[in-house]
Design a binder for this molecule. Sequence first.
Ligand code: ADP
Length: 398
Amino acid sequence: MNVLVINAGSSSLKYQLIWVEQQIVLARGICERVGAPDAFLKHGIAQNEVVLDAPMKDHDAAIGLVLENLVSGPNKAIDSLDEIDAIGHRVVQGGKYFDRSVLIDDEVIAKIDELAELAPLHNKAALMGINACLHHMPGKPMVAVFDTSYFQTMPPKAYMYPIPYELYEKYSLRKYGAHGTSHRYIAERAAAFLDEDLEDLKLITCHLGNGCSMSAIDHGVAVDTSMGLTPLDGLMMGTRCGGIDPAIVTFIMDHEGLTAAEANDLLNKKSGLLGISGISNDLRSVRDASEAGHERAQLAYDMYSNSVKKYIGQYIAVMGGVDAIVLTAGVGENCEKMRRMIFSGLQPLGIVLDRERNRVRGGERVISTDNSEVVILVIPTDEEYMIARDTFELVHEQ
Ligand code: ADP
């Protein structure tokens, strides 16, 4: 079965066409700056990639262009749209309604819309992607895969905020988490890699990319995660602040004369590695600058590793131990130095990084020493494959 996986953002649209049974990506690409005059599409098959400057006034036009390039032109991947069997959509916020992926119907669309109050940019973007596919490929089965579903197993003591209970009742303000598809994937792969049942393991999973989140997965059940009502909470990230004293929000609104939307923007887009270093949200640039003696870059680097370290401690306490710590995404998979800093000094907790193994690049691998009580694993994430697999399974069950 060929599944078209769509990840729609407010001004971008990423896609992959995946032959699920063989786990082969037939084509992939991204439409960027959708709605702006300088919109472009990057579309690739295997190593071949073309970049097309093309007007895309909205997501509907973007999907139209993607489909055109899938079936024609130099990088065509299939002969006709009939070869797309189903579509899987990434949706950020599934709220309390969705504890798993679902086939999309009118009721599901209405719920995603209703939940847009909790994730305005993200859910509206997903709806634009869904509507565009309905328009261009009517009748094709579609599945919604939510970032939050995996964390619906958290107990109330983990997901509630200590604010007046009425606010939870009135607005459903609670922790939902995000990146769930990635955490689910790496947890499953980690168990398979270790040749153990997921139900027998205590795992800490770390998705460290531009966005960063960590989860405690106790015997196969997600019991806590670092992102909150929105993906702003938890770890320090590329441009997001993560967990800070909430009083800072009202302080900067008062003192800088910011509106709620401006404060939100500052904490989401101008904070994190970028805010502290003043250089970049990209960890590579921050690392290079710190090595060249830039003090604020060094501070940003130290704060980032410290923030991961603190969550490791929290989750060991929450689960009463840990068997394996699993790292993924841009930083987790690639940054040898950051991994070294995160795990330095954790020997008393039975966590010992192997310096040589830590230098090895690529693939699923162990980077702890043989005598480390806790195994440290690097598992490259594959959220698109998980979305394709969920879509495949739900369409088959129909
Ligand atoms: P996104 O959340 O946008 O999907 P990624 O998972 O691609 O992000 O991660 C992006 C981050 O990974 C950036 O901070 C980038 O600097 C970092 N990164 C990617 N490759 C390396 C590398 N080889 N060494 C250090 N950091 C890296």
